[in-house]
Design a protein around this ligand. Structure first.
Ligand code: HEC
Ligand code: HEC
Ligand code: HEC
Ligand code: HEC
Ligand code: HEC
Ligand code: HEC
Length: 353
């Protein structure tokens, strides 16, 4: 059905005329006509059909299907059952919810039969028919949930991702500015499981003062030269099974841009360093009684009221832990957040009786 619609489109374009739809009963199909002459060159200098087929050819689509089947997006294994139907969660947790959000700016109500991502979750209709028009439902910079007064620009197609992969909460001192304490009222407290866009953009975490200066939001090299699609959707690398519509970050992309020969994501040892700092901060928060748990059962915040800085440091720890890039998303910002949080928590521990 969809392929058929597309072929009709192509036919209309190559003949160069649009016929009005005709409502009468259909007669038997006629013989195939002879091929038309080539269309005139499009704006980018390529023939209309060649441009269309570069994305729409059957094998392109089949390859993309195969990549897509590797991704958690296509199974929605964790995301859909639990949260895909709930009106307050569905914009990020199901196909139906995201499409409603993209069309209406909100989800209208609970969804009775939510399903996982499909091609048409992210792709809608072309706007311009140019080669850069991927028919993405949303690719404008987002108004981040943590502060809808400002704009968070992940650059081009990566803005699609930011609609979902963002913090759902402001950091404690933005929520309750200037207060000395902050109440953590739930063992799920935090920015939500995937605040990657905030990390890449360098905004929305708790900028506790300390020895490392915070980089200016929006200026990181990874944001401006790669962003989400530059690393996660780099041309599919069939050897490693990374990039494209698998969304697995592409080591080839790191190596190409860095002119390196890495065999893992630990460029310059930054990943090891970030992992060590995350553990150090977590252990400090355990000492302060803000976090409880162990490696087997996981770690969670202890419901209670804490000095503001401790709540902020917790927000940074859990948000960067759940970001799961271990620094790759924005090495300078992550390093500043962790180092300054660790220094502040060392001072808090010194105050303990
Ligand atoms: C840069 C890649 C790209 C180019 C170039 C492109 N398309 Fe698309 N097009 C897409 C994507 C992605 C979708 C949505 C997902 C899908 O159906 O493949 C889409 C959807 C469509 C649809 C809706 C299909 C459906 O099944 O409902 C039509 C019609 C269409 N394109 C026509 C064209 C025509 C005509 C051209 C050439 C003028 C063209 N496209 C060029 C990527 C492209
Ligand atoms: C602004 C978008 C957004 C909203 C709204 C949202 N989530 Fe999520 N949620 C995400 C993203 C993105 C992930 C996955 C992040 C990742 O894998 O890094 C996620 C992951 C989760 C997970 C963890 C799944 C796992 O991987 O183990 C749970 C549980 C969850 N969300 C529950 C909820 C519930 C319940 C609601 C509504 C009360 C909700 N979410 C609303 C974006 C959102
Ligand atoms: C989670 C969102 C998402 C889903 C689901 C998705 N795409 Fe895409 N797709 C994108 C984005 C973003 C780009 C642009 C990537 C870029 O800028 O490099 C893209 C690019 C494309 C392109 C053009 C470039 C290329 O890779 O050849 C085609 C064609 C396409 N998608 C088809 C599909 C098809 C077919 C499916 C379903 C099997 C699908 N997409 C599912 C987000 C999505
Ligand atoms: C409609 C909301 C939504 C959009 C749009 C979206 N994601 Fe996701 N993404 C999620 C959720 C929710 C999960 C967790 C799925 C689960 O665990 O079941 C997820 C999972 C992931 C994962 C985990 C690994 C995997 O195998 O899939 C990566 C990486 C990812 N997304 C990157 C991206 C990128 C890059 C984009 C933009 C091109 C994007 N996502 C667009 C909501 C979204
Ligand atoms: C500089 C390259 C780069 C950029 C830019 C980037 N990522 Fe990542 N991302 C990574 C790496 C590397 C990992 C860690 C993967 C691992 O450890 O297996 C990762 C991890 C993730 C994960 C967790 C995946 C998992 O399976 O645990 C998600 C979700 C994700 N990124 C989404 C995004 C989104 C959304 C954006 C844009 C806002 C983005 N990333 C930008 C490289 C990048
Ligand atoms: C499109 C280009 C591009 C891509 C793709 C890219 N990077 Fe980078 N990366 C840069 C630039 C530019 C810098 C800043 C260089 C500097 O300051 O020395 C940087 C800096 C870094 C740093 C900080 C280095 C330090 O010592 O502070 C790390 C770590 C890093 N990248 C890892 C990665 C990883 C891992 C990937 C792949 C997942 C990746 N990069 C993909 C361009 C890129």
């Amino acid at each position: 059905m969809k392929r058929k619609q597309f072929r009709i489109w192509l036919l209309l374009l190559s003949v160069g005329a649009i016929f009005a739809a005709c409502e009468g009963p259909q007669g038997p199909a006629g013989l195939n006509g002879t091929d038309g002459t080539n269309g005139i060159d499009g704006v980018d200098g390529a023939d209309g059909n060649a441009t269309c087929m570069s994305c729409h050819a059957g094998d392109t689509r089949e390859n993309i299907q195969a990549q897509f089947s590797m991704s958690v997006h296509s199974s929605g294994i964790n995301a859909v059952d639990y949260a895909g139907g709930r009106a307050s969660c569905a914009r990020c947790h199901s196909h139906q919810g995201f499409v409603q959000y993209a069309n209406n700016g909100e989800v209208l109500g609970d969804i009775t039969n939510p399903t996982a991502w499909e091609c048409a979750t992210c792709h809608g209709l072309h706007k311009t028919m140019e080669a850069v028009d991927y028919a993405l439902r949303l690719d404008d910079p987002v108004k981040p949930i943590f502060n809808p007064e400002i704009t968070m620009d992940l650059k081009g197609h990566s803005n699609l991702c930011a609609n979902c992969h963002q913090s759902r909460r402001a950091e404690p001192n933005t929520t309750n500015p200037g207060e000395e304490t902050f109440a953590i009222t739930s063992s799920h407290y935090g920015p939500h499981h995937g605040a990657q866009a905030n990390v890449v953009a360098g905004m929305g975490f708790a900028e506790i003062a300390g020895s490392v200066a915070y980089p200016t939001a929006g200026e990181s090299k990874h944001l401006n030269q790669a962003s989400c699609v530059g690393c996660h959707m780099a041309p599919f690398d069939s050897e490693e099974g990374e990039g494209g519509h698998s969304w697995k970050p592409s080591l080839l992309a790191c190596n190409t841009c860095h002119d390196a020969e890495l065999t893992d994501f630990n460029y310059g040892g930054v990943r090891t360093d970030v992992m060590a700092k995350l553990e150090e901060l977590r252990d400090q928060l355990i000492t302060l009684g803000v976090v409880a748990g162990n490696d087997t059962d996981g770690y969670h915040p202890v419901v209670g009221t804490y000095p503001m800085k401790q709540a902020q440091a917790f927000f940074n720890w859990v948000g960067l832990e759940e970001d799961r890039s271990f620094g790759a998303h924005n090495p300078k910002y992550v390093k500043a957040l962790l180092q300054n949080s660790i220094e502040a928590m060392a001072a808090e521990i010194d105050k303990l009786p």
